[in-house]
Write a protein that binds this ligand. Structure first.
Ligand code: CA
Length: 223
């Protein structure tokens, strides 16, 4: 899952960025509204965390900009203020949730998980494709009942494929959602991680290669 963190407090941004990266998110950080709009314009995010007070604007303006462009990504607002009018402004602008500073990191991740959960997932938080089960809350992956230890990146890659079960996901899309903007490594990094996943899951066939396009988990969805 790729996340945009908009926060001008560098020390807070660094702590949150590190935590989220350890949790497997691909994280881009913007310290100004201008940078945030540029990032939103050039990348495709799964979720955005917006600080309310920024040097050149505020999170409400960014949220309004996102919604005016018809982007539906979930937005979590961070605010040092807990005044009712700020919350109303943010919700009017299309924010999905709020967190008042100071906050505990586990509360942030719990809210992000809730925002990323599709409505149909509410009563079935565990993702399941064939013999593979992935629990986004506990971050436990099992293959045929056996727990499989994965790196944060491998987990994130598997989660993305499972959330899009039945659909062909291109390498470009995987790079976009699982790796952040600072990534400048080898172009076959996706294939290398897929190979590692297949080996660790002891299930070569569960991730299907769609030649020239990308990968798919689960039976093809026919539109
Ligand atoms: Ca701020």
């Amino acid at each position: 899952m790729r996340l945009l963190l908009v926060e001008d407090d560098v020390s807070l941004a660094t702590v949150v960025e590190r935590g989220l990266q350890e949790d497997g998110y691909a994280v881009d950080v913007a310290g100004t509204m201008l940078d945030a709009l540029h990032d939103l314009d050039s990348n495709e995010y799964d979720v955005a965390v917006l600080d309310l007070g920024l040097p050149d604007g505020d999170g409400v303006q960014i949220c309004r900009w996102i919604r005016e462009r018809g982007q539906h990504l979930p937005v979590l607002m961070l605010t040092a203020r807990d005044g009712l009018s700020d919350k109303v402004d943010g919700l009017d602008a299309g924010a999905d949730d709020y967190l008042t500073k100071p906050f505990d990191y586990p509360e942030l991740t719990a809210r992000l998980r809730a925002l990323l959960r599709r409505p149909s997932d509410v009563h079935q938080p565990t993702l399941e494709v064939e013999s593979i089960r992935l629990d986004p809350a506990t971050r436990v992956v099992r293959s045929a009942g056996v727990t499989v230890p994965l790196t944060a990146r491998e987990f994130s890659l598997l989660e993305y494929l499972m959330r899009h079960g039945g659909l062909v996901v291109s390498r470009e899309t995987l790079l976009e959602h699982v790796w952040d903007a600072n990534y400048d490594g080898l172009s076959n990094v996706v294939d290398v991680h897929i190979a590692n996943l297949r080996r660790k899951l002891s299930a070569e066939d569960v991730i299907e290669t769609i030649r020239g396009v990308g990968y798919r988990m689960g039976a093809e969805v026919v539109a």
